[in-house]
Design a protein around this ligand. Structure first.
Ligand code: 5SP
Ligand code: FE2
Length: 228
C-alpha cells in the first residue's frame, strides 16, 4: 500500500448481505471501492457481535484492494497474529481497548500489517499524540461504535487537530460512521482521506443490482472531492 492522499472510499461490509460476503466484496470492488472495511465486534468492547479470524480469512481471496480490519474488541494483543494469518492489510485497534496501545501498534507492525488506531467520539485527538510514529491510519469514529446506520457526530475539529499533529508523516485519517454525500464534504475539508461508508454504499442495491453500489460510491467520492 503506497501512500496516497486522495479520497478513498472504504465500504463497510457490515451493511452487506451476510449470506453472500464473497459476491458482495467482489461487487463493491468492481463498482469502485478503494478499500474493503471489515468490522470485528466482540459483544464486550461494543454491544454487538460480528466475525472472527476464520470469517476474515474466508473474505481474503475475494479482496483485491486493501482489507481494512477494524477491531472493536478488548483485549486486542492476543488476536493480532490470528488477523495477520487471516490476511488483514490494515489492522486497527481502539485506543480505549486497553492501556498499552503503544505495544499493540508495535505488535501489529511486527506481524507485517499496517497499524491503525481508532478514537471513539468522546476521546480527544491528544490520546494518539505520542503514537504517531507507530501509526499508519487514525480512524476517527463519527458514531459510537457497534452498529451501522447511526447518525453522524461532527468530529471536524478533532480531524483538523489530528491533521496538524500529523504534519508530513504518511498517516491516513479515516472517518467511520454516518458518512454519506452530505457529511463526506465536511470530513474531507477537515483533512480526512479514507471514508468508510456502510449504509450509504449498500442502500438500495444488491449483488444482482450492483450498479447502485457504484452510483452510491461515486456520489460520496464526488461530494468529498468537491471541497478539495
Ligand atoms: O465501525 C463501524 C460501526 O461501529 C462502522 O464501520 C459502520 O459499519 C459504518 O456504518 P455506517 O454508519 O456507514 O452505516
Ligand atoms: Fe468500522
Amino acid at each position: 500500500m503506497s501512500f496516497d492522499r486522495s479520497i478513498k472510499i472504504a465500504p463497510s461490509i457490515l451493511s452487506a448481505d451476510f449470506a453472500n460476503f464473497g459476491q458482495e466484496i467482489r461487487a463493491i470492488e468492481a463498482q469502485g471501492a478503494d478499500w474493503v472495511h471489515v468490522d470485528v465486534m466482540d459483544g464486550h468492547f461494543v454491544p454487538n457481535l460480528t466475525f472472527g479470524p476464520p470469517a476474515v480469512k474466508a473474505f481474503r481471496p475475494h479482496v483485491k484492494t486493501v482489507m481494512d480490519v477494524h477491531l472493536m474488541i478488548s483485549p486486542v494483543d492476543a488476536y493480532i497474529d490470528a488477523y495477520a494469518d487471516a490476511g488483514a492489510d490494515v489492522l486497527t485497534a481502539h485506543v480505549e481497548a486497553g492501556p498499552h496501545t503503544h505495544r499493540t501498534l508495535q505488535a501489529i507492525r511486527g506481524a507485517g500489517m499496517k497499524a491503525g488506531v481508532a478514537l471513539n467520539p468522546g476521546t480527544p485527538a491528544e490520546a494518539v499524540e505520542h503514537l504517531l510514529d507507530l501509526t499508519d491510519v487514525i480512524c476517527v469514529m463519527t458514531v459510537n461504535p457497534g452498529f451501522g446506520g447511526q447518525k453522524f457526530i461532527d468530529m471536524t475539529s478533532k480531524i483538523r487537530k489530528l491533521r496538524s499533529m500529523i504534519g508530513d508523516r504518511p498517516v491516513h485519517i479515516e472517518i467511520d460512521g454516518g458518512v454519506d454525500p452530505t457529511t463526506a464534504p465536511l470530513v474531507a475539508a477537515a483533512g480526512a482521506d479514507v471514508l468508510v461508508a456502510g449504509s450509504a454504499v449498500f442502500r438500495g442495491g444488491s449483488v444482482g443490482n450492483a450498479d447502485v453500489y457504484g452510483e452510491n460510491i461515486r456520489n460520496i467520492r464526488a461530494a468529498a472531492n468537491s471541497v478539495l
